[in-house]
Design a protein around this ligand. Sequence first.
Ligand SMILES: [Cu+2]
Ligand SMILES: [Zn+2]
Length: 232
Amino acid sequence: MLALLCVSLFLVACASDASLSTEEQIRDMYAKVTEIWQEVTGGRAADDGQDPTLHAMCQVQPSASLDAEQPQVTGFVLFRQLAPGARLEAFFNLEGFPPEPNGTKRAIHVHQFGDLSQGCGSTGPHYNPLGVQHPQHPGDFGNFAVRDGSLWKYRSGLVASLSGPHSIVGRAVVVHEGEDDLGRGGNLASLENGNAGRRLACCVVGLCGPEPWARLVQERRKRRRDSECKTA
Ligand SMILES: [Cu+2]
Ligand SMILES: [Zn+2]
C-alpha cells in the first residue's frame, strides 16, 4: 500500500499544470494527495453512511520557556472539517496580549512537532510536508488583529487538514509575538517562517467531538445579537 501511495505521489508531482500559479499548484497538489490517500485507504466515511465531519481542539498555553514578564497568552483554537479533503474552518479565541494599539497583528502557524517539552521552542519549524516556501505551508494561518489584548476570529478556506497524509493532528499551533511578513521580507527566514518573532504560546492539536464547536457557534450568535442590540 505504501509503495502504491509513493508511486501515486510521484505521478501527482509530475502532473502539475504549468499554467497555474505556484500557490494554485501547491493547493492542487495537497488536494490530489488527499484524494489518492482516500482511494488507497478507502477513507471515505460518507460512503459508510457516517458523518464525515472532523473536529479538533487546541488549548493554547504560554510557552514554558518564556520569561515571567512576557505576555501570558491563553485560549483555544477549534477546527472543523466537513469531510476529508474539504477546506478547514477554525475559530481562534486568545487573550493575554499586552495593551497596545488596537489592530496590532500576531502570526499563527502550525509547526511540525507536538512536542512542548521545551516550551514552544521544541515544536520545530513550520509543518512543511511538500517542502515548499512560506507562506504556502498548510498551517500558515497568517496574521490576526488583536483588540484590547484579545483575539476572536473565525476563518474558513484554510488549506490544512485533520486527516490524510498531511494531517495537522498531533502537531502544534504556535502564536507569535510579531507579524508574519508573508514571505516578502527579502531574507531566507522570511521564506521559512515569515520573521514572525518569538513564540509566545502554543498547543497540540487533538481530535474532539462536535460539542465544543456547537457551543462556540451558539456563543458567536449571542455575541452578534448583543452587538446588534448595542448598535440599535
Ligand atoms: Cu510559527
Ligand atoms: Zn510557513
